[in-house]
Design a protein around this ligand. Structure first.
Ligand code: NAD
Length: 527
């Protein structure tokens, strides 16, 4: 229950009646579960609106409802499930203004970056609705014994999939990872992030309107260590997106239950500026990739590795591109960079910059909070002279802070890019795209953007995207992004009954026959 002043930025269309129609999708008993959780709005540091919080028992009950709904849902044709997703796509595009308002109100990002969530989610929905069936098609495989046996590989839904995702992309991550799970025939239980529950509930209501049967997608709410953990305890597969630290906790818990998990975790992403790069494009791309969503993006750029020959010119161009970024807040398209999402983010970003400055880093731009703009606003920041002893060097800042590093050649650039334990995304700016592609192979990041800072690879939804090392395990998008929600099942059929020595015949003759087959297949080059 919220008492005292509340956030003044609540969208006008979010009347009490509309709010009730969203809250109804939280899976809690009529008794009220565990009270409410209330987020703090980044624009004025005041409470948004309370959302009912559940208990572990509520999560168990929600998972049971999802389980009961899963078989009938899986029994529909892929095409019927895809129709629901395509209707959702159309409603999303039509009603986007509402969800843009909610994203902005709940976590503060600039409206253009909120719209990118709509763009990405729409793209994912369309892709899997139209193409997902191809990724899941049954296939004939070479049988154990030619002629007398045959075999097929099938894709069976996991059952109930758990989705835990963070506040930084509450629509794209919260729903983008759900869509392929549903299309593959699973039911799902999602934990709404504490900061952004209304965005997820809005999507929940929209999917209901698109025709998703009532219990197929359950949304639970509450704190991560209790309710997130309960999700892990009750599902057959987990799709987790969040910090490396929580990812380890979640992976251990999933490991104890022997359920699979995809873990999409943090990054410390590098961008290489080669000597032949178009420096204006590189500067613009770096600023976009470093400051989009106020740097609260797993794939955003925090380290820029610049060839010494162009270091000064590139730095001047980057500083111009940085000062062109309009920092502001409020519902609407009027600025490029919004505030950080909350006090914890502001504390973390401020601490990284303070530590760097205390240890000798040079602030070329920004380097300070902007309370004159909003309680959590932080100026886009460019640092130089960053050394290994600084937290900002290889630790994820997750804010609008980028550090410049100088290198003398491509080999040194690759070595610098490969420093640290993360391996999520990277960028290379170069006019020589053939050389840049060759370099990409040697960079230990699982997405490399050439002549773009961050968004191109993740927007290529036909190809998988994910991390290595501390950036996690598993992939979203492409074939892997939907197959992960299924188990491969092999169905082998014998035309002549059990495979083995026939009765009343010596085993030796069966063994001799088997050996002849081995030699023959080898000689014929058959796989
Ligand atoms: P976080 O790990 O603190 O929280 C993520 C989610 O996990 C939240 O909803 C939280 O409630 C829940 N949670 C917390 N403890 C849990 C537990 N013990 N069991 C189950 N769930 C639990 O992450 P955050 O700080 O909110 O998000 C930012 C991080 O996410 C950054 O590190 C960022 O790089 C990463 N991220 C990664 C990707 C990617 O695709 N690789 C995308 C977005 C964000």
């Amino acid at each position: 229950m919220v008492t005292g002043p509340v956030s003044a930025h609540r969208p006008a269309w979010l009347t009490d009646a509309r709010l009730a129609s969203l809250r109804r999708w939280v899976a809690v008993p009529a008794s009220g579960g565990a009270g409410t959780t209330t987020a703090i709005a980044p624009y004025d540091a005041l409470p948004t609106v309370g959302v009912p919080a559940g208990t572990p028992d509520d999560v168990e009950a929600a998972a049971a409802r999802a389980r009961a709904a899963q078989e009938p849902w899986a029994g529909l044709s892929y095409g019927a499930r895809a129709q629901v997703v395509l209707r959702f796509h159309d409603l999303l595009v039509e009603r986007q203004d509402e969800v843009l308002d909610l994203i902005q109100w709940e976590m503060g990002k600039a409206r253009f970056h909120a719209w990118q969530e709509v763009l990405l989610l729409g793209t994912v929905a369309r892709h899997y609705a139209r193409h997902g069936q191809t990724y899941l098609e049954d296939r004939s495989v070479r049988p154990a014994i030619p002629v007398v046996t045959r075999a097929r590989e099938l894709r069976i839904p996991k059952g109930v999939v758990g989705i835990v995702s963070p506040w930084n992309y509450p629509l794209f991550l919260g729903v983008g990872d759900l869509i392929p799970a549903l299309l593959a025939g699973n039911a799902a239980v999602s934990k709404a992030d504490e900061q952004t529950p209304l965005t997820l509930l809005w999507a929940r209501a929209l999917l209901a309107e698109a025709g998703l049967p009532e219990n197929v997608w359950q949304v639970v709410s509450g704190d991560g260590p209790t309710i997130g953990a309960a999700v892990v305890d009750n599902v057959d597969y987990l799709c987790f997106t969040g910090s490396t630290e929580t990812g380890r906790v979640v992976a251990e818990r999933a490991g104890r239950r022997l359920i699979g998990a995809s873990l999409e975790l943090g990054g410390k992403n590098p961008l290489i500026v080669r000597a032949d790069a178009d420096l204006d494009l590189a500067a613009r791309g770096t600023a976009d990739a470093a400051f989009a969503n106020s740097g609260q993006m797993c794939i955003h750029i925090e380290r820029v590795i610049v060839h010494v020959d162009v270091y000064d010119a590139f730095t001047a161009a980057l500083l111009a591109a940085t000062s062109a970024q309009r920092l502001g807040q409020g519902l609407g398209f009027g600025y490029d960079v919004g505030p950080l999402a909350g006090q914890a983010q502001l504390d973390r970003v401020s601490a990284h910059v303070r530590d760097a400055v205390a240890k000798g880093a040079t602030v070329l731009a920004g380097g300070r909070a902007r309370p004159d703009i909003g309680p959590y606003a932080y100026q886009p920041t460019v640092l130089a002279d960053v050394t290994d002893d600084m937290d900002v060097c290889l630790g994820e800042t997750f804010g609008p802070v980028v550090a410049l590093h100088r290198v003398t050649d491509d080999a040194a650039a690759i070595a610098a890019a490969n420093r640290g334990r993360h391996g999520l995304s990277a960028g290379i700016f170069s006019r020589d795209t053939a050389t840049a592609q060759a370099m990409a192979r040697r960079i230990r990041a699982r997405a490399v953007n050439i002549n773009d800072g961050a968004g191109l690879a993740i927007g290529t939804v036909e190809a998988p995207m994910g991390g290595r090392g501390d950036s996690g395990l598993g992939r979203r998008h492409g074939a892997e992004g939907i197959r992960k929600y299924t188990d491969a099942q092999t169905v082998a059929v014998s035309r002549l009954g059990p495979v083995g020595p026939p009765p009343h015949r010596p085993v030796e003759s069966f063994v001799a026959l088997g050996n002849r087959q081995l030699r023959l297949l080898r000689r014929l080059g058959i796989r």
